[in-house]
Design a binder for this molecule. Structure first.
Ligand code: GLC
Ligand code: CA
Length: 553
């Protein structure tokens, strides 16, 4: 691999980076088979460079039957032939590096796919064999072992156990096609170290670690009862049998050893759905180094919630020695331009019910949702720390909430007994052109149907329009590059007695202020020279649902 100068001597590039998540199957399709591919990414590197991001995180592109959108990995050290080849991966990495964009790949250590050679070996081998010890096989209950070993639910459905043909059961916290690894097995540990070296040697700059809180399980019998999988149910003392056990950090310390063999050290970010107090452990410099903070993604459009989340996470980041991360959307949640058009305070079940019932009638909420989404991203980009953007949010894309049941691919749909529509609505292939086959995504259709309104949100429709969301992202990402300084923030009190909770404002080192009006009524602007605003300012006032950045020196 050629060495690029920016790659050395900048070991802390990740601390305040803007990372753009590419969901490869839905980004750009170069060979016209309806599935996005690596050649497609290569064809769009200039678009990514112009957007002004620092790194790309690619969701899994490994060989996979797509039982869970690629998070069911057949082989961790190859590219799915439907998506490309290793040679194309290298070319993609080179093309991104040449433009100063780093590459982060997704590693899925909790489970493989059921087509992984190890799982195939395990199925072919007898109970108690070394091959079965790489996964979690147990005998069933009942007279003939016909009942699952316990009642643990899975993320996608009622049970986390599936019976193998010979009668033993195996554990899967997600779909049956995703058997969980046994991380007490040194072979499993060694194999992932090899995977990290494999991609690091190819020039990959970092890793996103899938379900990082679940690798270690307490399988001692009698099994512990589990009430649910929600983050809120995870105790703070590491005693949950499946999640956030303290021993998991020994694994991450060993990975750190490999990451630090490289210059600059490879980085990692944990996807760990744990209570916020436990997050610093994952973000520790002796471990993965950074952890996703999903608090804003879970919050309502509400000044007090945003303020508390920001304050808490800056403290947690300082505690861990890492920087904070911020996320509004990813491939697992309803796009935030849609979320912000829904009434506040809906539970997950209520949102699901809404998606099933009248998800098709959301257009009237689009204007409000997008206005808030634009304000939210400017607020987020003004914060100290690293920011994760999800492909398509820069176009102001909404959830495709009215996908036909027949088109749905997410295992959540079927495995929830058709109660949870799942995550396909945020994974619909990107629109690049106003019209044409699959709106420029490819030349022959898209693997999930795109709605007619996609053309109006396409890159072509937005790129020369000053008022578009794409132009806003480009403008504020460029500004952020100039403005971002030390990882500090001071709250600026806004004295509007009538609406004390409407505005959230803070000052950043280097003399600039970000102010967001969460309310509807315009408020006075803080003093300063206007640098950018998410919606037009009227009569020198900060309009409702708007963020403004101001220079104060
Ligand atoms: C993570 C991924 C999600 C996937 C799950 C199982 O949460 O983000 O898409 O379904 O892990 O791998
Ligand atoms: Ca393709």
């Amino acid at each position: 691999m050629p060495e690029f100068t920016f790659l050395s001597g900048a070991g802390d590039w990740w601390r305040q980076a803007v990372i753009y998540q590419v969901y490869p199957r839905s980004f750009a399709d170069a060979n016209g088979d309806g599935i996005g591919d690596l050649e497609g990414v290569i064809s769009r590197v200039d678009y990514l460079a112009e957007l002004g991001i620092d790194a790309v995180w690619l969701s899994p592109f490994y060989p996979s039957a797509l039982a869970d959108g690629g998070y069911d990995v057949d082989d961790y050290r190859d590219v799915d032939p439907k998506i490309g080849t290793l040679a194309q991966f290298d070319r993609m990495t080179e093309a991104l590096h040449e433009r100063g964009i780093r590459v982060i790949v997704d590693v899925v250590p909790n489970h493989s796919s059921n087509r992984h050679v190890w799982f195939q070996e395990a199925l072919a081998a007898p109970a108690g064999s070394a091959a079965r010890e790489r996964y979690i096989f147990r005998e069933g209950r009942g007279e003939n072992g016909e009942l699952a070993p316990n009642d643990w639910p899975s993320h996608f459905g009622p049970t986390s156990w599936t019976r193998a043909p010979d009668g033993q059961w195996y554990l899967h916290l997600f779909a049956p096609e995703q058997p969980d690894f046994n991380w007490d097995n040194p072979e499993v540990r060694d194999d992932f170290l090899e995977t990290f070296r494999f991609w690091s040697d190819r020039g990959v700059d970092g890793f996103r670690i899938d379900v990082a809180h679940a690798l270690i399980k307490d399988m001692t019998e009698p099994f512990q009862e589990i009430s649910g999988f929600e983050q809120a149910n995870i105790p703070l003392d590491g005693s949950h049998p499946l999640f956030d056990r303290d021993e998991v950090h020994e694994i991450y310390a060993s990975w750190r050893g490999v990451f630090d063999e490289y210059d600059p050290p490879r980085v990692a970010v944990a996807e760990a759905w744990v209570p916020s107090e436990r997050r610093p452990r994952y973000a520790s410099p002796d471990g993965l180094g950074q952890a996703f903070n999903f608090d804003l993604l879970l919050a309502d459009w509400d000044q007090a919630q945003f303020r508390d989340i920001i304050a808490e996470n800056l403290l947690l980041a300082a505690q861990s020695g890492s920087s904070s991360t911020w996320v509004l959307s990813n491939h697992d949640v309803i796009r935030h331009a849609t979320r912000y058009g829904l009434p506040s305070g809906l539970s997950v079940d209520e949102v699901n019910a809404w998606l099933l019932a009248d998800g098709g009638n959301i257009v009237e909420n689009h204007e409000l949702g997008l206005r808030r989404a634009r304000a939210a991203v400017m607020l987020m980009l003004a914060l100290p720390g690293a920011t994760y953007l999800y492909q398509g949010e820069e176009l102001g894309l909404f959830e495709v909430a009215d996908l036909d049941a027949a088109a749905l691919q997410d295992p959540q749909w079927m495995r929830s007994g058709f109660l949870r529509k799942g995550r396909d609505g945020c994974r619909v292939p990107l629109p690049w052109t106003r019209a044409g086959s699959s709106f420029g995504f490819g030349t022959d259709g898209a693997h999930l149907p795109q709605p007619g309104w996609f053309g109006g949100c396409s890159v072509e429709a937005e790129q020369d329009d000053e008022g578009s969301t794409l132009s806003l992202y480009r403008r504020v990402l460029a500004l952020r590059k100039e403005l971002q300084g030390a990882e500090e923030l001071d709250w600026v009190p806004m004295s509007d007695e009538a609406r004390p909770d409407a505005v959230l404002a803070f000052r950043r080192p280097g003399g600039w202020v970000s102010a967001t009006n969460f309310g509807l009524a315009p408020v006075d602007l803080p003093a300063g020279r206007i640098l950018a605003s998410s919606s037009p300012l009227v009569g020198g006032m900060l309009t409702g649902n708007t963020t403004v950045w101001l220079a104060t020196d």
